[in-house]
Design a protein around this ligand. Structure first.
Ligand SMILES: Nc1nc2c(ncn2[C@@H]2O[C@H](COP(=O)(O)OP(=O)(O)OP(=O)(O)O)[C@@H](O)[C@H]2O)c(=O)[nH]1
Ligand SMILES: [Mg+2]
Length: 232
């Protein structure tokens, strides 16, 4: 995409997106929802993780989902089975969600009546990294069948995230994926990212992931208490 755009035009597009992302963040903060942008290559396990996560969070925590896909409603249908409020955004020829797509949905407001807003981005390790949506946390899934070198080859998305989930860890006996090497690659780019090993097949790491989500949401909620305006 970027090759055909001159630098100046690209900067303007990214700045326009950032402005709208800031606007989206205001909506999130006003409503008290905690927004997470899930990004990965196609098929790394985003929807499967959401199925597991949302069904584990109920009844105490309520979730809404915005699903980004180029076409179709397959992932949205999977999540609606759980009784979750899901809005599908079809991006057409675009390989990522952008802040304007979200802004259009947020203005109707009813998605924000929940504790968590999970935003499943279009499967792509490149473009979603450059288009923040206003989310509070950015989470990257790297499935073990993709290879432990991916942080080195797609650095932007790993540099600009809050957590990395190695997914499908039940497959580790069958693939060459060195978790230590992958973690070191991530650390060279991003000293602060939390790193988890997850499998929705044998539930490895699922409790740690859920506790991470809950603790981040609680932190956010505490910062919003009256008298503490720093989070807004
Ligand atoms: N073995 C194993 N398979 C998994 C796991 N998580 C997901 N899968 C499988 O991986 C495939 C893709 O999973 P999805 O959850 O659809 O992946 P996704 O990232 O949402 O895919 P897109 O939305 O198309 O980018 C499915 O066949 C899942 O059953 C896991 O922990 N272990
Ligand atoms: Mg999906």
């Amino acid at each position: 995409m970027h090759e055909s755009l001159d630098e100046h035009m690209l900067e303007r597009i990214l700045q326009g997106n950032q402005d709208l992302a800031n606007h989206n963040r205001e909506h999130f903060d006003e409503s008290g929802i905690f927004a997470i942008n899930l990004m990965s290559a196609p098929g790394a396990g985003k929807t499967s993780l959401l199925e597991k996560t949302i069904s584990s969070l109920v009844p105490k925590w309520k979730s809404s989902v915005i699903e980004g896909d180029m076409v179709g409603e397959l992932d949205a249908a999977r999540l609606r089975h759980l009784g979750t409020r899901v809005k599908q955004i079809c991006t057409g020829r675009s390989c990522h969600l952008d802040a304007s797509m979200l802004a259009r949905e947020l203005h109707n407001g009813h998605f924000l009546d929940a504790d968590f807003l999970f935003i499943e981005n279009v499967g792509n390790l490149v473009c979603p990294a450059e288009f923040p949506l206003g989310e509070h946390k950015r989470v990257v899934l790297l499935s073990v069948s993709e290879g432990d070198d991916k942080p080195l080859k797609y650095p932007i998305i790993f540099r600009n995230c809050d957590a990395v989930l190695f997914t499908k860890c039940d497959l580790l006996p069958y693939v060459n994926f060195d978790r230590t090497a992958a973690s070191e690659h991530i650390r060279t780019l991003n000293a602060d990212a939390d790193i988890f090993s997850i499998s929705v097949v044998n539930d490895e790491g699922v409790d740690e992931w859920l506790e991470w989500l809950r603790s981040k949401a609680r932190e956010k909620r505490e910062l919003r208490q009256p008298g503490n305006r720093s989070a807004l």
